[in-house]
Design a protein around this ligand. Structure first.
Ligand code: PMP
Length: 464
């Protein structure tokens, strides 16, 4: 459709989008009527839209631009690889230098017992691959009935059929008859929201023991794996109490399950360690990765595979009938390899652990005294600010989600990109954010909170 000459460039793009594009995780009708924000440029931690407005991206795109925007080395790596070999695949006994070099680099930074990667294009495909691998692994072990995978309510593992099924997002399950058979869910370790009067440690044990109960209910001989994010991201930056993971590991070992730790968000320095598994001292069998693997510059993901699983595939597996045209795409792999090189050579993960994350967390805690704020929590470069009507009882405002959306929109007007999950504001800035930019992030968040509160006070006068 040709744009009318009177349209501005922004209006033209908005109309084109409204007329021809359906949005992921969006109401395309409403977005079409209201007009999408068109992001055109980025540098460091800053974004610009087509109207010239500037935003501090406190969300690193979608939890992924770990190195920040505008790293010329990544552009050069892509360009060089494109000239030399823009595409070849890993099927039928082929390989390419970037894919094998990347697999080697990943083995160097992963926990010691993990030395193989199966490449995909995204986190969702990584989790689809997890489902195939778990089932295949137990087939090869002569236990084909050990098929069920247990995930968690409010966990997120992607948007493909298997990814959405492994995740525990009820709005996703409601659209498309999910989960598929062979997947079960247990409660999440969300102390602030569900812990009631229990201490975090007591609640952590309770939430972990839900896994044992579910295994016993289903029959241990039918359960093949447990999947979880080290820290739930999309669910609301939910940080498990410190008793949670050790108890989960005890249960997983006792009932001979594979442990799948979804590192799509927590991987590549987000927690101040290379992987969330390092942060919690976990020994995963499978580790889905994506996002920070390439800092989002090109799509690439994978499943990192522990030696004990990889050996089974290599010794008795024969052909694995699974893969993607672009598994280990050479240009994406070259960019990921360069991304990992920069993270290592510039000591970015160490800097996050020693300096940037402690500063971010300390500054975020200054928001805890705000009347709207029930809890501020965070690990590494992940943060969450829960908005409530009553701090003591942790009661939220009616119509959960509306306050979070209000606050997100005020933040945008302040030039700050935050995400809202329900009434929880989430942050996950690029790992390279500087102290002055953290100050700006926190100051803008406070102004957005003030404006949200002022609006709510009009709607709910005198503590109504
Ligand atoms: N796992 C986790 C933990 C994620 O956060 C996401 C994406 N937010 C995915 C998997 C899916 O990744 P993708 O969107 O690349 O398919």
């Amino acid at each position: 459709m040709t744009a009318a000459p009177s349209l501005t460039q922004t209006e033209h793009w908005q109309h084109q989008g409204a007329d021809h594009m359906l949005h992921p995780f969006g109401d395309s009708g409403a977005i079409g009527r209201e007009g999408a924000r068109i992001i055109t440029r980025a540098e460091g931690v800053m974004l610009w839209d087509s109207e010239g407005n500037e935003y501090l991206d406190a969300f690193a795109g979608l939890w992924c631009v770990n190195l920040g925007y505008g790293r010329q080395e990544l552009v050069d790596a892509a360009s060089k690889q494109m000239s030399q070999l823009p595409y070849y695949n890993l099927f039928f006994k082929s390989a390419t230098p970037p894919a094998v070099e990347l697999a080697g680099a990943l083995a160097e930074i992963a926990p010691k017992h993990i030395n193989h990667t199966f490449f995909t294009n995204s986190g969702s495909e990584a989790n689809d691959t997890v489902l195939r691998m778990v089932r295949r692994y137990w087939d090869l072990q002569g236990k084909p009935e050990k098929k069920t995978i247990i995930g968690r309510h409010n966990g997120y593992h992607g948007s493909t059929v298997a990814g959405a099924s492994l995740g525990g997002m009820s709005p996703m399950h409601a659209q498309g008859d999910l989960p598929i058979p062979g997947i079960a869910h247990i409660r999440q370790p969300y102390w602030y929201g569900e812990g009631g009067d229990l201490s975090p440690d007591e609640f952590g044990l309770l939430a972990a023991r839900a896994l044992e109960e579910k295994i016993l209910e289903l029959g241990p001989e039918t359960v093949g794996a447990f999947i979880a994010e080290p820290i739930q991201g999309a669910g609301g930056v939910i940080i498990p109490p410190k008793t949670y993971w050790p108890e989960i590991e005890r249960i997983v070992k006792r009932y001979d399950l594979l442990l799948v730790v979804d590192e799509v968000i927590c991987g590549f320095g987000r927690t101040g360690e290379w992987f969330g598994s390092d942060y919690y001292g976990l020994t995963p069998d499978l580790m889905p990765i994506a996002k920070g693997l390439s800092s989002g510059y090109l799509p690439i993901g994978g499943v990192m595979v522990a030696d004990r699983v990889a050996e089974v595939f290599k010794i008795s597996g024969g052909e694995f009938n699974h893969g993607f045209t672009y598994s280990g795409h050479p240009v994406c792999a070259a960019v990921a390899l360069e991304n990992v090189r920069i993270l290592r050579e510039e000591g970015i993960v160490d800097r996050v652990r020693e300096e940037t994350a402690p500063y971010l967390q300390a500054q975020l805690q200054t928001l805890a005294d705000h009347p709207l704020v029930g809890e501020v929590r965070g690990v590494g470069m992940l943060g969450a600010v829960e908005l409530v009507q009553d701090k003591a009882s942790r009661r939220r405002y009616p119509e959960e989600g509306r306050v979070g959306t209000l606050c997100r929109d005020y933040a945008l007007a302040e030039g700050l990109v935050l995400r809202a999950t329900g009434d929880t504001m989430l942050m996950s800035p690029p790992l390279v954010i500087k102290p002055a930019e953290i100050d700006e992030l926190v100051a803008k968040t406070r102004r957005a909170l003030d404006q949200t509160l002022a609006q709510l006070q009009k709607e709910y006068p005198a503590g109504a």
